[in-house]
Design a protein around this ligand. Structure first.
Ligand SMILES: [Zn+2]
Length: 446
């Protein structure tokens, strides 16, 4: 049973303003959020489907559950089977919170899905935006300026979303602050991507140096259009131990595209070029005064490799680029101690708990408590929903995050480490002041 301190703290944390430091919400036609047509499709969004896969679902079964043209009755037995096996995970907890918050449902059964269907029939993008505003979210830092997941094959050829953003054909939504998604620009594999860069920067690229200049021009242009940070999630594809190759090593790889326009590079031979351009991008971040968000810790989806996303691999990069401020994501799960070491010892390293409360709530609670005791508290960013294009799920994740914050702060109060007033000031800093300041969002200090 939770004690009264917890409840009192939670009641005071609930109305606080929030900067949501990490999402992938897209602005399409000036609107935000995916519209779902069928109840099970609306529930098997994103992470829950990954737990279903972990429980043994076949990719085709997930596709079936997410297909709006298949009837709820036809999907129900399959959904029920995997829901039963996953219902106690924190991903499922977020889905339960969505059911309660958005649909008034306490117990998920077949009949309750008809109530979901009724609500879905009257949803609108405007309502999705309202969901964020009602949760007192003042800004959403969104990482979406890359080809949609259904167009991943474009990765090494082009990036039409970024092009639309830079040419101003995507209307601005004041709530959403964008990030520049970096991996595409250092993972060059084909000449086509260089040609795309040439056209985007309006700079004829005939050397590695021309490419670097073009990248700088594009980053500068993106910043001038309101981008607040650079974001790199290379950990999905490679270990994050970026090295420091010489220009000559990088150039000899780059020049292959010049002497043979149909040449292709592959991993790991591309690594010196990749690493060189990553480090060069960090120098550009310094010049443009852009903070850098780095994906560390869990990589979603199945399998992958636990140690290749450990933030400790970044140490040489963090140490070299001392004037670049790094925001390390996802609590570096499951390597908490390594993250605390980095945030404690490197002035330019901050801790971000985005996505973490629904990965591992107990770990998140422990990280908050240990971070208070080990790291200057201005370097902790408390929340990022990280729920793709589903504001209702981000807001549900926020409810879970606030519960865990109240729990962590309640423990620190009981241990007489802090006073109640300080606990609430910490919550305000984690949720709002720290990210507002770090990302130069210009919102009023609270
Ligand atoms: Zn993310």
């Amino acid at each position: 049973m939770k004690n009264h301190i917890y409840q009192r703290l939670l009641d005071q944390i609930n109305p606080l303003p929030v900067v949501d430091t990490h999402e992938h919400m897209r602005i399409l036609d000036g609107q935000i959020g995916t519209i779902y047509q069928e109840p099970i499709q609306a529930l098997v969004v994103g992470y829950l489907s990954v737990d279903f896969l972990s429980a043994g679902a076949m990719p085709g079964e997930i596709e079936l559950m997410q297909d709006p043209t298949v009837s709820t009755d036809a999907k129900w037995p399959l959904f029920q089977r995997f829901w039963r096996s996953c219902q106690h995970t924190a991903y499922a907890r977020v889905t339960k919170i969505v059911l309660r918050q958005q649909y008034g449902i306490q117990q998920l059964d077949r009949a309750s899905l008809d109530r979901v269907a009724e609500k879905l029939s009257v949803q609108s993008p405007q309502k999705k935006l309202e969901v964020l505003k009602q949760a007192n979210i003042k800004a959403v830092i969104s990482d979406w300026l890359f080809p949609h997941p259904t167009q991943r094959q474009l990765r090494y050829y082009s990036n039409p979303v970024l092009k639309q953003f830079l040419t101003g054909s995507i209307p601005a939504l004041p709530l959403v602050r964008n990030t520049f998604n970096l991996p595409y620009f250092h993972e060059i594999r084909t000449r086509e991507f260089i040609d795309f860069m040439s056209s985007l920067a309006q700079n004829n690229i005939t050397s590695l140096q021309d490419y670097e200049e073009s990248l700088f021009i594009i980053l500068q242009h993106a910043r001038d259009r309101g981008v607040v940070a650079i974001k790199d999630q290379s950990a999905y594809r490679r270990p994050i131990d970026f090295s420091f190759p010489t220009r000559a090593e990088a150039e000899s790889l780059f020049n292959r595209f010049l002497s043979d326009a149909r040449a292709q590079l592959a991993w790991p031979e591309a690594r010196p070029l990749d690493d060189f351009l990553f480090q060069q991008s960090m120098r550009f971040a310094r010049e443009l005064n852009l903070p850098v968000q780095i994906h560390t810790g869990l990589v979603t989806g199945l399998r992958n490799q636990v140690d290749k996303a450990n933030a400790s691999l970044l140490a040489p990069t963090l140490e070299a680029h001392r004037q670049v401020n790094f925001d390390l994501f996802h609590g570096n799960w499951p390597y908490m101690g390594d993250l605390l070491f980095l945030a404690k010892s490197y002035p330019n390293v901050s801790i971000n708990l985005c996505w973490l409360y629904m990965i591992d709530p107990i770990y998140a609670r422990e990280l908050l408590k240990r971070a208070v005791m080990t790291v200057p508290h201005g370097k902790i960013f408390g929340f990022g929903g990280d729920y793709w294009d589903a504001p209702e799920f981000s807001v549900a994740h926020l409810e879970l995050a606030k519960q865990i914050m109240a729990d962590a702060l309640g423990d620190l109060l009981e241990e007489k480490w802090i006073e109640e007033e300080q606990a609430l000031a910490l919550a305000m800093d984690w949720l709002y002041n720290n990210p507002n300041r770090f990302y130069n969002l210009g919102l009023p200090e609270k």
